[in-house]
Write a protein that binds this ligand. Structure first.
Ligand code: UD1
Length: 422
């Protein structure tokens, strides 16, 4: 039996959806608590499967974790007592690999299983490892585990071949206590990386160039545990903005920042959607039937986020004319296409580009989430269908959307969590 959503779509949705704390900022920030002993307090942590998975991993390394509020955690670091992050915990989520940089900073040594994660591509970790080597660590890969060790970490000049989000984060966390100065070039510039840097700076780290493609990190001897609140989730915000467009702008989104998703917003504007941001609330104005098709290409930030590609596809399928989405970050991120086609969409894939011919409406059926964002897209499509749609394997959706069915019910959706045979 697997979890599923039974959705009776075609209802009028209207109201305000509020976004939770950012999963992709919370994950690295939680791993960063491994760097230094002390009592770390984090707020605005979303209640998600990925967070629970990571807390378990931290506990296995010797941390004491406690939920002290609806979205707050206390993490007590009395020293890392186990230097091995086991396969059983790491395989559940690729972001688990982010413990490696902090463990290296704390203990000069770590052994971490090679990661699993969403089935959206091969997702190697070579760039992470190249960075650790640039700080003087020795790297060995044996029996599915990566082992890193250093007598001491020393600042170095590291240029990433590609601006990988995870590699940038892992290397920053390893470098904050390295001896001397580290320059890190061609880094990823996602806002979640800024949030991690602001957190580390609050702890006493010296990082210059935050938000740019080049970071200069001057190692410090000691950091201090602090209290910190995670930024709002821009991908969740973008998801709800697309949903609003599918419902002619009847949904407002609270907790959205234009600068965090600027390329995405400008594409929606090109389609004919008006979006205004006031005091953290996005107001959307459009008529679905009047929207124009567009061509999108995903790219590292500040480009169009790959994490918003699937949801935008669910919208474009209902826009008259032919749209295109070219995926440049992950090779397998079109697994959504056959599922949307089962719902009546007309999409075909040509190499790394999805060609989307708009249809009048979706039709109800049973579909399966293949990854987190595809799952969100299917839920959105199902909300438009007059009839009952079942979206299975929603554990993917639970990895990234806090209380999604509760939030959607709050704006008038008929969505129920059920169990189905697979
Ligand atoms: C992060 C996000 C994920 C998002 C992705 C791209 C988190 C927890 N996850 O994932 O939601 O979709 O950024 O915005 O923040 N690569 C290598 N070698 C490496 C590392 C990456 O070749 O060592 C490649 C990957 O295969 C992929 C590309 O770089 O093709 C981007 O990956 P990366 O930016 O590292 O994504 P993640 O950090 O895994």
């Amino acid at each position: 039996m697997v979890g599923a959503f039974k959705i009776k779509g075609g209802k009028e949705l209207k109201g305000t959806l509020e976004v939770s704390g950012a999963k992709n900022a919370a994950l690295p920030i939680i791993t960063a608590t491994l760097i230094e002993k002390g009592t770390h307090i984090l707020h605005n942590v979303p209640n998600l499967r990925d967070i629970v998975t990571l807390m378990k991993l931290l506990e296995s390394l010797g941390m004491e974790t406690e939920k002290i509020g609806p979205n707050s955690y206390k993490i007590v670091n009395n020293g890392i007592t186990n230097l091995v992050a086991e396969y059983d915990l790491v395989k559940k989520m690729r972001a688990s690999f982010l413990v490696m940089g902090p463990m290296l900073a704390h203990s000069k040594e770590a052994k971490v299983s090679l990661p699993g994660g969403c089935a959206i591509g091969s997702r190697p970790v070579d760039l992470h490892l190249k960075g650790f080597e640039g700080l003087g660590a020795k790297v060995e890969i044996t029996h599915g585990y990566v082992e890193v060790k250093a007598e001491k970490l020393v600042g170095g000049n590291i240029i990433l071949d590609f601006p990988s989000v995870g590699a940038t984060e892992n290397i920053i966390m390893a470098a904050v206590k390295a001896e001397g100065v580290t320059t890190l070039e061609n880094v990823a510039r996602e806002p979640e990386i800024d949030d991690l840097c602001f957190y580390l700076v609050a702890m006493g780290a010296k990082i210059e160039g935050i938000g740019s493609g080049k970071l200069v990190i001057t190692g410090v001897e000691k950091l201090t545990a602090v209290e910190y609140s995670i930024m709002p989730d821009r991908i969740e915000a973008g998801t709800y903005i697309v949903l609003s467009a599918m419902f002619n702008g009847a949904i407002k989104v609270k907790g959205a920042t234009r600068d965090h998703i600027a390329s995405f917003i400008s594409k929606l504007e090109e389609m004919g959607i008006k979006i205004e941001f006031n005091d953290g609330i996005a107001t959307i104005e459009c008529q679905l039937k009047d929207l124009k098709p567009v061509a999108i290409k995903t790219a590292p930030h500040p480009g169009f986020a790959t994490d918003l590609q699937a949801q935008t596809m669910a919208l474009l399928s209902l826009v008259e004319g032919t749209s295109e989405i070219k995926e440049t970050i992950f090779e397998n991120r079109f697994m959504l296409v056959p599922e949307l086609n089962r719902m009546g969409a007309n999409i075909h894939i040509d190499d790394h580009t999805a060609i989307i011919k708009g249809v009048e409406e979706y039709s109800s059926t049973e579909v399966m989430a293949s990854d987190l964002r595809a799952g969100a897209a299917l839920v959105m499509a199902a909300l438009k269908v007059k009839g009952e749609t079942t979206v299975t394997r929603i554990y993917h959706v639970d990895r990234g959307y806090e209380e999604i069915e509760k939030k959607l019910r709050g704006i008038g959706a008929d969505i129920e969590r059920i169990k189905v045979e697979m």
